[in-house]
Design a protein around this ligand. Structure first.
Ligand code: SIN
Ligand code: MN
Length: 218
């Protein structure tokens, strides 16, 4: 949605940068279509089960490597056993461009080759508790792209789930990158704002988030 007042690019913490409105509406629509296809297969989008037995409210499908709490594997052992779709070359290039823009350094993405992406879908009531992305054996940045309904995104510190943290709103088309000293910061999504997306995006409701990661797996 076009904001009445432009929302500025913001460094939330060292290495953690929010770039509002990074993707054009056309690019967002293309990503919605791509995500819809990935959600259908070869591995179906599903709500992952935590080791304690609880089922996540967010639904996830992966590219490149399958993630389940809390490990990566080539096959989706908790979701039918199939092999997940490849992470396309255009997404790697999008990740490189994201780093260049977020860090305002044309070379920042040159060595970045994400090999896994998690595509998360949040319905109106889904949320994600404070956690670290720490199942990767790499400290390369995480690139996060949001499409659809806006959400409250909480970006904290590397020491624990609590304060200090910064609350920001992630809207459709926004980019968020966390690397460097912020790579292992706790973060979460306490709330989705239903009905805030432009219906022309092609999503009937809810929020999509794509995170690209370097797993360090071989
Ligand atoms: C995640 O932490 O993996 C997803 C974050 C988000 O949905 O913005
Ligand atoms: Mn995360």
């Amino acid at each position: 949605m076009s904001a009445l007042f432009p929302r500025p690019r913001l460094q939330v913490a060292p290495g953690a940068v929010h770039v509002p409105g990074w993707l054009s509406p056309d690019r967002q629509r293309e990503l919605v279509q791509a995500c819809r296809a990935w959600a259908a297969g070869p591995v179906a989008m599903r709500a992952a089960r935590l080791p304690g037995g609880q089922v996540m409210s967010v639904r996830t499908v992966c590219l490149g490597w399958h993630w389940q709490p809390y490990r990566y594997s080539r096959t989706a052992d908790d979701a039918g056993g199939g092999r997940v779709a490849d992470l396309p070359g255009w997404m790697v290039r999008m990740g490189r461009a994201a780093l260049a823009d977020a860090y305002a350094d044309p070379a920042a993405g040159d060595d970045y080759t994400p090999d896994a992406a998690l595509i998360n879908f949040y319905d109106a009531t889904a949320r994600m508790g404070m956690h670290q992305d720490k199942d990767e054996r790499s400290d390369a940045p995480v690139v996060s792209i949001s499409i659809g309904d806006s959400c409250l995104f909480r970006f904290g510190n590397t020491a624990g789930r609590g304060r200090p943290y910064t609350d920001i709103e992630l809207a459709s088309g926004d980019l968020f990158v966390f690397g460097g000293p912020s790579r292992f910061a706790y973060h979460g999504v306490p709330k989705v704002y239903p009905g805030t997306a432009d219906p022309a995006l092609g999503l009937t409701g809810g929020r999509l988030n794509i995170t690209m990661r370097v797993t360090g797996m071989t």
